[in-house]
Design a protein around this ligand. Structure first.
Ligand SMILES: Nc1ncnc2c1ncn2[C@@H]1O[C@H](COP(=O)(O)OP(=O)(O)OP(=O)(O)O)[C@@H](O)[C@H]1O
Length: 360
């Protein structure tokens, strides 16, 4: 997917320029529990930003505070350059969509989309034109007269997006908008969201716990864990230059090699001993689609695994039981000891279920 035309590079894409979000020093406690601790965040105007982190990390709390559905104990929220900290949700110019969208069940798709405009008493012709435009945008024009119960889950979420966009919010906040849908539909909708965003350029912040979703869709990813922001960057920056072991292990597969954390595709397999290489025995070759995962055991009892292509396996003559040597192909910034106990592998995405996570 091309990112060359991302709205972040086209700040003039909205009339008056899109608005960013600035969060400063936000704290939020629930009793003794600290849900957000001194959170500072700038969401780029016109960008598609993912708020990514494990369950309970504080994603929804932060989104709700930006939306005005919850309030910080201290700190501030600015939307489009205006202090919104004490504004009610309806005065923040935000549109939101949640995982389980509560549509008006007795209203058609078109009337659901029109709702926000109608309560704002917009002229009938304007409402009609805007609804037609939005339904076309979300590819639901042919289902305008259906009731929500006659739509699929994916169609309902698209209707929710259209409804949120109807009142032309400055920012769009999406909390796991596709979370309740099955994997295939999720995948289609995330491609669709990317394309939709390329058309409308509204500053969008979406919550996800799925690293693959964030890597595929977002211009920028904010990784949040335990109420703190771990790192902010483009998908490439986070994947290639993680700030700490948590980000490294959350954003892709990791394995331990010679006391360091390494990506399993950044390991060279050698058929003889060389400087810096670790001797291992191949314990299992697992074919997973187009890749082969070679599980190994080193003399110190550690069990690094390597991601290879079938051609590499053939070329190396790898078979179970063979001794080979492994060497990291890139510098390994983190010792394996720095890996949090609960982050021994990716939590979701293509690498989920990697051998590191398969119970012995
Ligand atoms: N109203 C509340 N009262 C008490 N604790 C709360 C409340 N809302 C959230 N929390 C706690 O704050 C923490 C952060 O919750 P939050 O919903 O923001 O996490 P999350 O990252 O969105 O997680 P998930 O992906 O599971 O939705 C959790 O431990 C949660 O139990």
């Amino acid at each position: 997917m091309s990112r060359t035309t991302t709205p972040a590079h086209r700040p003039d894409a909205l009339a008056g320029g899109p608005s960013g979000i600035v969060v400063r020093g936000v704290h939020r406690r629930f009793g003794d529990f600290v849900a957000l601790e001194d959170v500072d965040l700038e969401v780029r105007p016109g960008g598609l930003t993912a708020l990514l982190g494990p369950s309970g990390g504080g994603k929804s709390t932060l989104l709700r505070i930006i939306a005005g559905l919850d309030h910080p104990d201290s700190g501030s929220v600015e939307i489009g350059g205006r202090d919104a900290t004490f504004l009610p949700p309806q005065r923040r110019s935000v549109g939101f969509v949640f995982q389980h969208y509560a549509a008006f069940t007795h209203l058609t798709t078109a009337r659901n989309v029109a709702f926000g405009l109608e309560i704002r008493k917009r002229p009938k012709a304007e409402v009609r034109d805007r609804v037609a435009e939005l339904l076309e945008l979300v590819h639901l024009e042919h289902l305008a007269d259906r009731l929500p119960s006659q739509l699929s889950g994916g169609q309902r979420q698209r209707m929710a997006l259209a409804r949120a966009l109807a009142v032309q919010p400055e920012v769009l906040l999406l909390d796991e908008p596709f979370g309740a849908l099955d994997a295939q539909v999720r995948k289609e909708l995330r491609d669709w969201l990317r394309r939709l965003h390329d058309e409308v350029h509204v500053t969008t912040l979406f919550v996800t716990h799925d690293q693959e979703e964030a890597l595929e869709v977002a211009d920028e990813i904010v990784v949040i864990n335990d109420g703190r922001i771990e790192q902010v960057g483009t998908p490439g920056e986070l994947y290639d230059h993680p700030a700490n072991p948590f980000v490294m292990s959350f954003l892709g597969p990791v394995t331990r090699l010679g006391g360091a954390l390494v990506r399993p595709h950044d390991i060279e397999v050698l058929t003889d001993d060389r400087a810096g290489a670790v001797r291992v025995e191949v314990t299992r070759l697992l074919r997973v689609g187009y890749e082969v995962r070679a599980e190994t055991r080193a003399d110190d009892g550690s069990t690094p695994w390597v991601q290879l292509t079938r051609a590499q396996v053939t070329e190396l003559g790898l078979v179970e039981g063979r001794t080979v040597w492994l060497r990291p192909l890139v510098d390994t910034p983190f010792p394996a000891a720095g890996l949090p106990a609960d982050a021994s592998g990716p939590v979701a995405g293509p690498a989920a279920g990697c051998p590191d996570r398969v119970p012995a």
